[in-house]
Design a protein around this ligand. Sequence first.
Ligand code: NZQ
Ligand code: ZN
Length: 384
Amino acid sequence: MISNFEFSNPVKISFGKGSIARLSALVPEKSSVLIIYGGGSIKKNGIYDQVLEALKGFHISEFSGIEANPHYETCMKAVELVKEKHINFLLAVGGGSVIDATKFIAVSSFFEGDPWNILAKGSSVSKALPLGVVLTLPATGSEMNERAVISRVSTKQKLNFSTPVVFPKFSILDPEVTYSLPLRQVANGVVDSFIHVVEQYLTYPVNAKVQDAFAEGLMKVIHDEGLKVLTNPHDYDIRANLMWAATNALNVWIGQGVPQDWSSHRMGYPLTAQFGLDHAQTLAVLLPGVMTYMFKDKQIKLAQMGEVVFHITEGREEERAHQTIVATEAFFKQMGLKTRLSEYGITSDDLDALTTPIDKLGWKLGEHHNIDSSTAKEIMMLRI
Ligand code: NZQ
Ligand code: ZN
C-alpha cells in the first residue's frame, strides 16, 4: 500500500536555450546578490559573462573556489562575506557542489552556534537566505530539492542535511551550458541521476503505479540518452533530456509514499571523504553490491526494472532479476566508470575505517533499516 504523503515543491524552473537571461526577472528587484561558484569553469565557457550581463543594475558580490564535494571550511568563509556585505540573495552558479554549498551558506548565515551541528547533530533550522540557481551540471537534482551534502576536511567527514527552507526560489536550466562538461562529469551525472531513481524505486512493490511509471520512464531515458551522449556530445535534444531527467530524478516527486533505500549513497560518503572518489564513482561500485546482497528483498522490482530499462524478458523472475544486476553494472562500465573498490586501490584492510562512520552515526540503512556497519562491510567485501 502507498503510504500517506503530503508534499510541495516550490521551485520555479526556467528551462531552455538562452534562459540565463531570465535572471533579471527572477532575482528580486534591488537585491544585494552574492554569486557563488566553483573553480572557474564558468569563466571559460561563457556562463559567467551571461550571468553578469543578465544581472546588470543589481548590486553584486562574488565568492569563488567552492570545491567539488564542498568544504564546510570554505562555506564558513562565505558566511563571513554575507554578513560583511549585507547580502540578501544568494545565486549558485554551478553543479551540485556549488548548489549544496550555497544551501549551507544560506542556513549558516542565520544559525546561532556552530553550523556543523546542522549536519552532525541534525540541529533544526528555521531560516535561510533566499537562493537561486544557474545549473551547469545535470546530476544531483539539488537545483530542485531541499537537501545538501557537505564535507569537513579536518575530520574527513561527509554529511547531509535537509530542510524545506533551502528549496531554491528558482533554477535556470540551459542544456547548452552542459556542452563544456568534461566526459568524466557527464558520465558521473548520468550514473548519479540513474541511481537516484534506483534508490527510490528498487525496494519492494507497494502498488504505486504512478511513482513506478515515472521512475521507470526516467531510468529508461537516462540509460538510453546517457549512452548516446558519449558519441553525440553536442546534440541539444540529448542534453536537454538528460538535464530534465536528472532534475526529476531527485526533486522529491517519485519518492512520495514509497519505501526508499539510499544505502549506496550513505555508504558512499566515507569513500569520498577518505579516498577522494567522485560521488558517482562511489555509487557505481556500491549499488551492484546492494543489489546482490539484498537480492531476495529486491527481486520483484529488479525483474520489473530489467524488463523496462534493459529489455530483459526471458527466463524466470529470479533469472531476470540476476540479469538486471549484470546489465546495470555493464551500463556503468559503458559510461566509463569503474565498478570495483580494488580498481581504486581499496582493499579489505580499509573496510573497517569505511564502515565505522555508520556505527558512529547510528545509521540503519536500506528500506528495511537492516544495514548496519557489519552488513555494510559484507556488502563492500562483495565489491573488492
Ligand atoms: O568547480 P567548477 O569550475 O564549477 O567545475 C566543476 C567541478 O570541477 C565542473 N563543472 C561543472 N559544470 C561545468 C563544469 N565543467 C565544465 N563545464 C560545466 N558546465 O564539474 C566538476 C564537478 O562539479 P560538482 O558540482 O562537484 O559535481 P556534481 O554536480 O556531481 O555534484 C556533486 C556533489 O553533490 C552532492 C555530492 O555528494 C557531491 O558533493 N550530492 C548532492 C545531492 C543533493 N543536494 O540532493 C544529492 C546527490 O546524491 C549528491 O550526494
Ligand atoms: Zn547522488
